[in-house]
Structure formats: structure tokens, C-alpha cells
Design a protein around this ligand. Structure first.
Ligand code: SF4
Length: 300
């Protein structure tokens, strides 16, 4: 029996659902019940009737699923799949920053721990960050945590001043202007689509700026035939599968997130068989983090 069939059988038996982020390896993407970006997956985690959620992504994503579905078992197939960007925001430091700006609204990118979300007023993803910030009352101070580049991009787009944390995604930092310029020279007809986690001097070279969900939509609707893609390379598998007649070139070959590559089919099967690694969030933290996530989900 193939490993994919074993996963399917066990999934049915245990009433489990498999949520997979766009950056996962191709064979894991292929077994997804839902493949998507953080926002899609958060919504799905909220509405599923499954007893078990197997989250093929990184720790903060599985935490969101657990916060939105506290009565379900949420499993992360590899317990070491973390997010260095999320780890850059410490709850103690955020507490101090909030104390020096007591009236500020705290907006936490979903790439944060549950403890940070519990201190935030509202969350955002790369897909809805502009919308979330635009809805905040004019004149209010806003603390944006933890991604400085997404924050700077949103500040510019909304014409708002944000108090930025100094975090960054090490994978997106590898997408530097020099390598994008080389690719543009090599593929002059290609449309350059970059993720807003890229640094500001790279974003200047973009034709379009989107999170992964937006990239998929943009490529599907575009008349262009060639695309230079500036985000974690896992998305190119899905882009090629959904658009076989179009060509995709990575903006930077080094844009690989090691954490996103930890999940394999073997680990998914083992996770389902042994019911590991279960995500647990303290009773004090979970409801507070839930308020910030729910507020984000309520924004249209
Ligand atoms: S790609 Fe960046 S933001 Fe996404 S999980 Fe990896 S380190 Fe975190």
C-alpha cells in the first residue's frame, strides 16, 4: 500500500483533516484537504467538523488552528517546524513597548506566538494587513509586530505611521535586489511578483506585491506567460500545477525556508498514527489570542 493511501485510510478512520501551507513540499501539497495561505487555513481551521487537524506548516499556524478550534486535537507532524520571524517577538519586550505607548493599538502579524497574539488588539495576514490597518481610527498610535518589512510596506500603502518591531523573515531576506535585477535581465518579459515580507529595496523592483493567495490569483488572471516569483520556493510547485502553460522563475534560488521543508509524508502518517505532536495552549493565553484572531476574521 502506498503511503498516500495509508494516510487517506487513517484520515477517514480518525475523521481528520489535513491543512497544508503553500510553502510545503510538493508531495505534501498533493495530500491536502485544503492547501492555502495563512488566512485561508485560519478560516478552514475555524469551520472544520473534523476531530483532528493535521497541520502541515509551522508552529504558529497550528497554534492558530488550536485557538480557533480548542476542542479539536491539532497535530504538527514535526515539532521542530518553527518560524524564526515569529521567534523574534518576545512577550516581555512587547509588554515593555506597550507600556511606553499605552494608547497604541497593537497589530500582530499572524506569524507570531500565541503569547504575542494574546497581547495584541487584532491580528493580520499579508493578505489583509492593509485592510486591517486602514480600519483603525485615524490618529491612533499603532504598534506593528514583528515583520518590519511588511509593516513598512503597509505603512506606505495606508499612509499611516506605524511603530515597527525589528523582525524579519530570514528566507525573504535572501531575495535581494541584485538577484531580482539579474532575473529581470534574463527574462525581460516576465512579471515580477514579490511577497511583502521582502525588504523595501527589493519591493521597488516588483510589478506586483502579494501574499501567496494573491500571487496565485494574480498569475491565474494575468495574460503574461512568464513570472519571476519572489517568495519561498514551495509556491512554485502549486503555480506550475495550476498554470501548466506558464513559466515560473524563482527571484532567488536561496529562498527556501528550512522549517517549511521539515514535514514529509512519513511524518504526516506517523503524526496520524501516534497522534503527535499535539498543540497545547494555556487556558489564560488561548481566549485572549482568540479575540485578536476573530477580530481579524470579522474584517471583510
Ligand atoms: S518563510 Fe519566513 S515567515 Fe514563513 S515560516 Fe519560514 S521563516 Fe517564518
Amino acid at each position: 500500500m502506498k503511503i498516500q493511501d495509508k494516510i487517506l485510510e487513517l484520515k477517514k478512520k480518525k475523521n481528520a483533516v489535513i491543512l497544508v501551507h503553500n510553502y510545503q513540499i510538493g508531495e505534501v501539497q498533493d495530500i491536502a484537504d485544503l492547501l492555502g495561505d495563512s488566512l485561508d487555513l485560519s478560516k478552514r481551521a475555524q469551520s472544520t467538523t473534523a476531530d483532528i487537524i493535521v497541520f502541515c506548516g509551522v508552529h504558529f499556524m497550528a497554534e492558530i488552528a488550536k485557538i480557533l478550534s480548542p476542542d479539536k486535537m491539532v497535530l504538527l507532524p514535526d515539532e521542530n517546524a518553527g518560524c524564526p520571524l515569529a521567534d523574534m517577538a518576545s512577550p516581555e519586550e512587547l509588554k515593555k513597548l506597550k507600556a511606553s505607548h499605552p494608547d497604541a493599538v497593537v497589530v500582530a502579524y499572524v506569524n507570531t506566538s500565541a503569547q504575542i497574539k494574546a497581547q495584541a488588539d487584532i491580528c493580520c495576514t499579508s493578505a489583509n494587513a492593509i485592510n486591517v490597518i486602514s480600519k483603525i481610527e485615524k490618529g491612533k498610535e499603532i504598534i506593528f509586530v514583528p515583520d518590519q518589512w511588511l509593516g513598512a510596506y503597509v505603512a506606505k500603502k495606508t499612509n499611516r505611521e506605524l511603530i515597527l518591531w525589528s523582525g524579519f523573515c530570514p528566507t525573504h531576506m535572501r531575495i535581494i535586489p541584485e538577484v531580482i535585477a539579474e532575473k529581470k535581465k534574463k527574462y525581460p518579459e516576465a512579471c515580477v511578483i514579490l511577497h511583502p515580507e521582502c525588504r523595501e529595496d527589493s519591493l521597488w523592483l516588483a510589478d506586483e506585491i502579494f501574499g501567496t493567495g494573491g500571487m496565485l490569483k494574480c498569475v491565474k488572471e494575468s495574460n503574461k506567460k512568464e513570472f519571476i516569483i519572489g517568495t519561498e520556493l514551495g509556491i512554485i510547485y502549486r503555480l506550475k500545477k495550476e498554470n501548466p502553460e506558464k513559466e515560473f522563475y524563482p527571484a532567488a534560488e536561496l529562498a527556501i525556508c528550512p522549517n517549511m521543508k521539515l514535514t514529509t509524508l512519513e511524518k504526516v502518517l506517523w503524526s496520524l498514527e501516534e497522534e503527535v505532536h499535539e498543540i497545547q495552549i494555556s487556558k489564560e493565553i488561548s481566549p485572549k489570542a482568540s479575540v485578536a484572531i476573530e477580530k481579524m476574521l470579522a474584517i471583510k
